[in-house]
Design a protein around this ligand. Structure first.
Ligand SMILES: [Zn+2]
Length: 306
């Protein structure tokens, strides 16, 4: 049953910050709250998520949504395992629903970002889109046929963990895979390439800054990262046939003008017609607010599903 009135609180759990906001049905963020992400225990993380909700809660709020950097078991409403936050096998949905007496939605942070861009950003009005979030790692979100696509158990999609180089570089964190997209196009991968070229103090920010200043070596490194990104983009175009491919995340948006030419060239080589001719590729528009806006819409979904 769709309820048009009311707001939702969206909470985006990141590795360093918890970003929360009161969001209207039209995607406007009415109020915001930010606090640090603790790293000492699961209990502390949950307490801080509760505090972020309490800081914003009022009578206008009819749902809560959480975006967390983990695969989600949607059947049980459980955070399976966060990579860089101590949250494992956490039944966050039922806990928050019981505590606040509201419908609660839960999703992966990159899914939430894609949902945010779909409702309130560059993807507004588009029924089929793929978003790649290039931050520390690489996340993905898919809107298919006007609905978020989540696969069995609701744990999809993990577009950063597709193989683009057989037996290639080892992946990060708890992932045992090799040659995954994340190992080639994440901010972390860009940092590794930056240090190899410019010394131990270099990182992805400096790499992008040097490229902006016209440094040919920095430009070459980002163009090479763009080629790997294009392999992923072309493959996803073949799988999902999206109208729109959105490149987001801190590194993705900052580096996009340098990644773009080679990424589009390779994506066009790999994608088949009609996919390659009908897809638009755009950078994300909502910046760091995409995750909390999308999380709020996951909260609205929980109302509509009830
Ligand atoms: Zn992986």
């Amino acid at each position: 049953m769709r309820v048009d009135g009311g707001h939702a609180i969206g909470v985006d759990l990141g590795g360093t910050k918890i970003l929360a906001g009161v969001v209207a049905r039209d995607g406007r963020v009415l109020r915001r709250h930010e606090r640090a992400t603790p790293h000492d225990s699961q209990e502390h993380v949950v307490v801080e998520l509760e505090a972020a909700v309490r800081a914003l809660l009022d009578d206008s709020v009819s749902a809560l949504g959480f975006g967390v950097p983990s695969p989600i078991d949607q059947r049980r409403g459980v955070v399976v395992q966060c990579v860089n936050v101590p949250l494992v096998d956490a039944p966050l949905r039922d806990h928050m629903s019981a505590l606040f007496g509201l419908p609660v939605g839960l999703d992966n942070d990159a899914n939430a970002a894609a949902i945010g861009e779909w409702h309130a950003g560059v993807g507004r009005g588009v029924d089929n889109l793929v978003m790649l979030t290039l931050g520390t790692g690489v996340g993905g979100g898919v809107i298919a046929g006007g609905r978020p696509f989540r696969g069995a158990n609701g744990a999809g999609v993990e577009l950063g963990h597709v193989v683009i180089v057989h037996d290639g570089r080892p992946c990060q964190g708890s992932c045992t895979g090799r040659g995954h997209l994340e190992s080639y196009v994440s901010g972390l991968a860009a940092g590794v390439a930056a240090r190899e070229a410019f010394g131990p103090s270099a990182d992805a920010h400096r790499l992008v800054r040097l490229a902006n200043e016209g440094d040919p070596e920095a430009g070459r490194i980002l163009a090479e990262i763009g080629r790997y990104l294009g392999s992923g983009m072309g493959s996803f175009e073949n799988v999902f046939a999206p109208e729109l491919m959105v490149i987001g995340g801190g590194f993705g948006v900052a580096a996009w003008e340098h990644l773009r030419p080679s990424a589009l060239e390779i994506a066009r080589r790999e994608a088949l017609p009609p996919m390659r001719d009908s897809v638009r590729v755009e950078p994300a528009r909502l910046g760091t607010a995409a995750g909390l806006i999308g999380a709020a819409f996951v909260g609205f979904e929980a109302i509509d599903a009830a």
